[in-house]
Ligand binder design. Structure first.
Ligand code: SAH
Length: 177
């Protein structure tokens, strides 16, 4: 039990580091310290496992209702649950490969052409302080009329309405919350 509590504490510490640094620093942290990445992912899975619903499952259900021809980009994909659950072409981006389906990169700079995807997903992954740069990158790769999906814990937002307004300034229209 002691080991489990230590793991939970280290997870919280790393999680806090991710939310208070830029996405580039987060990428460097995980690439230079594979143990931190391993602890983070074990802690993440443990925490999400206690929630009544894992948001990634809800996103997968939504994607399954849309045409399989739509191209998806999964920013901060973790173990690639989305790519391994749907027929669509999915570009899975993360800083360290938990699965062979991952393309390793910082989510603020993904190797995709402008306007090349229909749906961009950030499931519990919109963490860097360079939020604007990350969302602009999603905007760049999304086609006109494409869909951005964000799942994040409510406590992370000081003011959800302000977030939605800032998103509008980046060119996104809120269709569902
Ligand atoms: N979306 C997955 C995993 C969420 S955990 C799910 O819902 O199951 C957050 C993920 O974001 C982790 O896998 C972490 O490695 C990744 N991540 C953190 N910073 C990143 C960055 N700068 N660029 C790409 N991925 C990043």
């Amino acid at each position: 039990r002691m080991e489990e509590r230590l793991l939970a504490a280290r997870f919280r510490y790393i999680n806090q580091q991710l939310y208070t640094s830029t996405s580039r620093e987060a990428a460097q942290l995980f690439q230079s310290d594979p143990e931190a990445f391993e602890i983070y992912h074990r802690g993440f899975a443990q925490q999400v496992g206690r929630w009544p619903e894992n948001p990634v499952h809800r996103i997968i259900r939504y994607l399954r209702r849309r045409p399989a021809s739509l191209v998806v980009a999964d920013f901060g994909c973790g173990d690639c649950k989305i790519a391994s659950s749907i027929k669509n072409k999915v570009h899975s981006f993360d800083v360290v490969p938990l699965s062979p389906l991952v393309t390793i990169c910082d989510m603020a700079k993904v190797p995709l052409a402008d306007e090349s995807v229909d749906i961009a997903v950030f499931c519990l992954a919109l963490m860097g302080t360079n939020l604007q740069e990350i969302l602009e990158e999603a905007n760049r790769v999304l086609k006109q009329g494409g869909t951005l999906m964000v799942a994040e814990v409510a406590s992370r937002f000081e003011d959800t309405r302000a977030f939605v307004n800032a998103m509008a300034q980046l060119g996104f229209k809120s269709v569902s919350k």
